[in-house]
Design a protein around this ligand. Sequence first.
Ligand code: GDG
Length: 473
Amino acid sequence: MKIQVVSNRLPLEVEIKKDKGEISAKPASGGLATGLSGLRQAYDMVWTGWPGSITSSARERAEIERFMAKRSLFPVWLSKKDYNGYYKGFSNKVIWPLFHYFCQYPQYRQVYWKAYVKANLAFCNRILENASEEDIFWINDYHLMLLPEMIRENLPHAKIGFFLHIPFPHFEVFRQLPWRKEILEGLAGAGLIGFHTQQYADYFLHCVNQILGCGIDDGTFEVKGRTVRAGSFPMGIDYQKFTECARQPDVISTVRQYREEYQGKKIILSVDRLDYSKGIIQRLRGFDRFLENNPAQRGKIALLELIVPSRVGVEQYRQLKKEIDEFSGKINGKYGTPFWTPVRYFYRSVDFPTLCGLYYSADIALITPRRDGMNLVAKEYVAVHQGQPGVLILSEFAGAAQQLRESITVNPNSIDAIAQAIEKALDMPVEEQTKRLEAMQKVIRKTDVKDWAAGFIEKLRMAAARTKSTLES
Ligand code: GDG
């Protein structure tokens, strides 16, 4: 028996160097790749996903296949056109905005939907090449919501779990989707459907009730003679890795550099993928308001914005990048001096020691998404601050806010609330900072990523066993 993990992206980004013909590979960034890496050590696991390459050369594909197979990774090959329709189109121009409550953004185009169906089928066919009914299937995220039912049709007794990494929206939002019924039917092929919070699970069950007409009983519903369970599995981080990082020499030297550079100044840190859901513009406005209201703080504080490039081909993301460039420049032009730059903004990803060094050096983490499934950055910041004061300001619309109750929570749409939260964080006595951090660390330690993964798999096996005994009786 093995665990078959499925996600849009494989956890490695591969590239064939044109001159030498060699394959280079680096770990893919993003919440899921970071989260599931813990599972590899604990389980016999294979992983199916898109390889990060759209090569159509049979020779290159065969080389990548061989390279991946040695690492139990199975690539799904999609043409450029299909990938664009499925990923850039349906996943990121329809589902992503709708599920994050940006209801005016979705482009409900039939071609995107067709590409989504086709890509989910391509995933299914690839998985079936190397699958048995004994396997446990763990399908991840909004790119693959039709896959549970597709696998179920071929392997009726398989243990199939699905986890959604983004919010599941309220019925009034979800019902706007022209393919709402098909999406719910696709998901209902799973025996267990996991969400980051109980609220998302409840919204999902309400949609199942309203759209599929199924009765809901204690988090479950019946479909085609099977029981499907939906529940909350808040995803964690590799807690130990983050608590230990502050002792690594390269992290210590990074922290030293930051301390020298920012001597006598407080550092506010934000880390996000470039995305409109992350509330980056509203946060800049909040910081601007803070500087306007607190002239005495000018020159004594800096906002470090680490923004990781994402979905560069999508127009809305290009537009957002332009707005961030302009607004950061505006704040620096308005308040900056030859000796002080209020906003320092980096548009790239950094290596792990630098990220940890940034977390450790920051006096305040300002994490204000307008919607976010969970937000692992908030947990990572808290975990790194062992024996080191720090304050987490967190949006009430991040799934993480359900667990990190001792953060300063803000409504990310309120510029004044963000400005006031920064004031509150700066005024917070060190003892209170430590007390709040310790309480949050306790929660994060208890729901580490390994417990999250093990808990989901355990629940999936239990759900499958119950269904089997019901079918047999
Ligand atoms: C989706 C959902 C949900 C970021 N910059 C760098 C870097 N990172 C790492 C962080 C963190 C991860 O990427 C980002 O995770 P988030 O949870 O904050 O956000 P999404 O990428 O939007 O993830 C989200 C998540 O899935 C998991 O279910 O929480 O709600 O949107 O781990 O550390 N890592 C490195 N350099 C960077 O520059 N090394």
